[in-house]
Design a protein around this ligand. Structure first.
Ligand code: TXA
Ligand code: MG
Length: 345
């Protein structure tokens, strides 16, 4: 057990001394959890193979699932990649700093622990002020997956990082709630056609305006069977799953309400929860509202999934209405948390 320091930092008034000592921990091979605009990350010096390996141990993450490397500026990325294609440059110009991750051919600076042996590397420039200051003060790029135990929903509030990581890492920055609430959009720019491997904080529609030939990976909305080899190794693991058994009810909101009323009656003997965007007053043990649009749904989804577990809920019914904007990313995470149990009404 490590003695994990928990350090509060105010985003509006960043304490430079605290950031300096946290940057030193990263530089010297330690692990620090930090907020980003998407979810909390679990960071290590990307150029230190032992430090990177210790991330996998702390999370219980399979070692064949590569990590994203976080930089403060686009210029710093150049040393980590073989080349920066024009379209990738355009993406960074439009969407960085921000919730976008780009896969490029890696240079020799990036070791095998980070990429899980792939010849590509995932790079991203976060916009969160604390994240940026931490990267700058460490003086190295920071390799970081989401700061949850492997398999659990990503942490979007500091309490959830503290629950998962205390005793496992050197320090946790308590920097408040994450703005976006779902992970970054991952786009592969390392081969001929640009492909979105994971929908996230930058929408498909927004990317299509900059790169018209972008497509969506076929694994985004279906489960990966064991014969498949998805481009993004993370897509094949059960993800975002609370202990409760989740079912998504999708369609016109009035029909969704009626179906959930019926399901709640059928499951009377169990502790039932509902993820609600409609504010319908169901007869359930716990109703958690995620706001009435997809942006709010994205921000709150992971937090509410964990809350059902805190309240020992057995089954969760999730309302889902449409794919607009952040909706595709919400749907991707919801389907995964439900193990693809979806009822269309
Ligand atoms: O918003 C985010 O992206 C957060 C914050 C902390 O930056 N990070 C995050 O990391 O979500 P993680 O490790 O939980 O998810 C990274 C995803 C995984 O699905 C992984 O398989 C994929 O990116 N990935 C990483 N490197 C890759 C590569 N070279 N090729 C294909 N997929 C890659
Ligand atoms: Mg993750």
């Amino acid at each position: 057990m490590l003695n994990t320091q928990i350090i509060k930092i105010d985003k509006g008034n960043i304490d430079k001394e605290k950031i300096k000592s946290l940057g030193q921990i990263i530089k010297n091979g330690g692990l620090v959890a930090f907020p980003t605009e998407t979810v909390y990350g679990l960071g290590a010096n990307a150029y230190n193979e032992d430090a990177v390996k210790s991330i996998f141990v702390a999370k219980g993450r399979p070692s064949d699932n590569p990590l994203i490397v976080h930089f403060a500026d686009v210029g710093d990325i150049l040393e980590a990649v073989v080349e920066m294609p024009e379209d990738a440059k355009k993406l960074f110009e439009h969407f960085s700093p921000g919730p976008l991750t780009v896969i490029l051919k890696k240079s020799d600076k990036i070791g095998n622990a980070v990429t899980a042996g792939l010849d590509t590397v995932a790079v991203r420039i976060p916009s969160d002020k604390i994240a940026r200051e931490l990267i700058k003060s460490s003086g190295v790029p920071i390799a970081a997956p989401s700061a949850n135990l492997s398999g659990k929903p990503s942490p979007t509030i500091s309490k959830h990082v503290i629950e998962d990581m205390t005793g496992r890492i050197d320090a946790i920055i308590d920097g408040g709630d994450c703005e976006v609430g779902l992970e970054s959009t991952v786009i592969d720019m390392s081969s001929e056609t640009p492909v979105i491997l994971r929908p996230g904080g930058i929408t498909f529609e927004a990317i299509k305006k900059i790169i018209p030939d972008v497509t969506l990976d076929k694994h985004i909305l279906k489960s990966v069977n064991s014969n498949d080899k998805p481009k993004s190794p993370g897509m094949k693991y059960k993800h975002y799953a609370p202990d409760a058994d989740v079912t998504v009810i999708e369609g016109d909101i009035n029909k969704v309400n009626l179906k959930i009323i019926e399901l709640l009656k059928e499951n009377k003997s169990k502790r039932c929860g509902v993820i609600s965007i409609s504010n319908y007053k169901y007869d359930a043990d716990l109703i958690l509202n995620t706001g009435n649009n997809n942006k709010e749904y994205a921000k709150n989804l992971f937090r509410v999934l964990r809350e059902f577990d805190e309240h020992k809920i057995d089954v969760v019914f999730a309302e889902f209405v449409n794919d607009n904007g952040y909706g595709l990313a919400v749907k991707n995470r919801l389907y995964k948390s439900a193990g693809n149990k979806v009822i269309y009404v």
